[in-house]
Write a protein that binds this ligand. Structure first.
Ligand code: NZQ
Ligand code: ZN
Length: 388
């Protein structure tokens, strides 16, 4: 392992059927005023809202509600949340929902005491907070993003047609997260599958970089094997606790900074997907699945050895009698077949993207430089053109 790094993950996790007990244990550590953040109402239908509110009341908290956070949370809503948190003098921001709610809570947390234009500061200039940060806790209801144990916060600015993620430092990670797999049982199948692919993409974005012998890659391969195994079971029976709990745990490890250690990491699937979402507002994981195959086929010649290793160690391709390229290509074929079987969206047309949008999507794609090839505008256009 060649890269140098520091590692610290300060998020305390409570996992399993009794995980909500963890919330009760955590609440006394924080002041009285709680900003309760949630999405479009799923938590009111599945009973999670009542359980959380009961725990808050038991702890004697003053609750200020901040519902209506949409998938792909917007800058406009962020401004509303900042105003609410200020008015409530929030001591704790409790996010109850999926990645969108958690990401939004983090964005509010670094903005409440910030006197600057927060979009410019955090999402354009990528500065770190230099003000007090309101602590965030999370009760996760949808699996995929890893937001429950990382510093990521992705916000969409519709006016600027930009969807940008800032990966904040450890001081912005949730202080604690409650992970009860049963809270995710009511997630619609489309969202569940989208989350499964989001997990896979997070692992691959980190795996497809570097040529050194890196422990992180061996962990990544184990996570991928577990994910593929459990995804098949969950797709058949979404109420299989064992499979859903494994997927939940894999999601957390896929993006809690561990498997990025010692690696440059790629992230171009996410940059392409986020650009598509900036123009369509489509579901995150599906934007990734829709661009992945054209991207990986483009990338394969630049990282053939790693793609061949992926084929053998993750997709059980027998390399005997094959060239490295043939092995690598067979791995991608098996991955594509698995994606189709799972029901993932395989093109951006299905997500509402049109050829007329192509110039705009190309323009909205940020370029990262950690993967096997630094893309230029021509490459991005070619990959996106293959994605319709
Ligand atoms: O809003 P409600 O009514 O709660 O419905 C949500 C939403 O419509 C629903 N849902 C969530 N839990 C449910 C449920 N429905 C029924 N039962 C439940 N238990 O699912 C829908 C999607 O929720 P959302 O939070 O948007 O999904 P996800 O967790 O995939 O989050 C996506 C956001 O996270 C960002 C994405 O870009 C996107 O904005 N990401 C954050 C990352 C991070 N923090 O590191 C990394 C990721 O790559 C990703 O970019
Ligand atoms: Zn993602």
């Amino acid at each position: 392992m060649i890269g140098n790094f520091t590692y610290c993950n300060p998020t305390k996790l409570y996992f399993g059927r009794d995980a909500l007990e963890g919330l009760k244990a955590e609440l006394p550590k924080y002041g009285k005023n709680v900003l309760l953040v949630y999405g479009g109402g799923s938590i009111k239908k599945n009973g999670v809202y009542e359980k959380v509110v009961a725990a808050l009341k038991e702890s004697g908290k003053e609750i200020c509600e901040d519902g209506g956070v949409t998938p792909n949370p917007s800058y406009e809503k962020l401004c509303d949340g900042i105003a609410r948190a200020r008015a409530a003098k929030a001591d704790l921001i409790l996010a109850v929902g999926g990645g969108s709610v958690c990401d939004y809570a983090k964005a509010v947390s670094v903005s409440v005491h910030c006197g600057e234009d927060v979009w410019e500061k955090y999402f354009i200039r990528f500065e770190e907070p230099d003000c007090a940060i309101v602590p965030v806790g999370c009760v996760l209801t949808m699996v995929g993003t890893g937001s429950e144990m990382n510093g990521g916060s992705v916000i969409t600015n519709h006016a600027q047609k930009l969807k940008i993620g800032h990966v904040f430092g450890e001081n912005v990670f949730p202080k604690f997260s409650v992970l009860d797999p049963e809270f995710t049982f009511t997630v619609p199948k489309y969202q569940m599958i989208s989350g499964i692919y989001d997990i896979m993409s997070h692992i691959l974005e980190q795996y497809f970089s570097g040529t050194d012998d890196n422990t992180s890659d061996y962990i990544a391969e184990g996570l991928l094997r577990s994910l593929i195994h459990s995804a098949g079971i969950a797709a058949e029976n979404p109420l299989d606790y064992e499979a859903r709990s494994n997927i939940m745990w894999t999601a957390t490890w896929a993006l809690n900074t561990l498997i990025a250690k010692g690696k440059t990491t790629d992230w171009m699937v996410h940059m392409l997907g986020q650009a598509v979402a900036a123009h369509t507002d489509a579901t995150h994981g599906m934007t990734l699945s829709a661009v992945s195959m054209p991207y990986y086929r483009f990338l394969l010649p630049y990282g053939t050895a790693k793609f061949a290793r992926y084929a053998v160690n993750v997709w059980n391709v027998d390399p005997a009698g094959k060239t490295q390229t043939e092995t690598a290509q067979e791995g991608l074929r098996r991955m594509e077949a698995w994606m189709k079987e799972l029901g993932l969206v395989m093109n951006i047309t299905e997500l509402g993207a049109t050829r007329e949008m192509l110039d705009g999507i190309v323009k909205s794609t940020l370029i990262m430089d950690g993967g096997y090839k630094v893309l230029d505008e021509k490459d991005i256009r070619a990959i996106l053109s293959e994605s319709f």
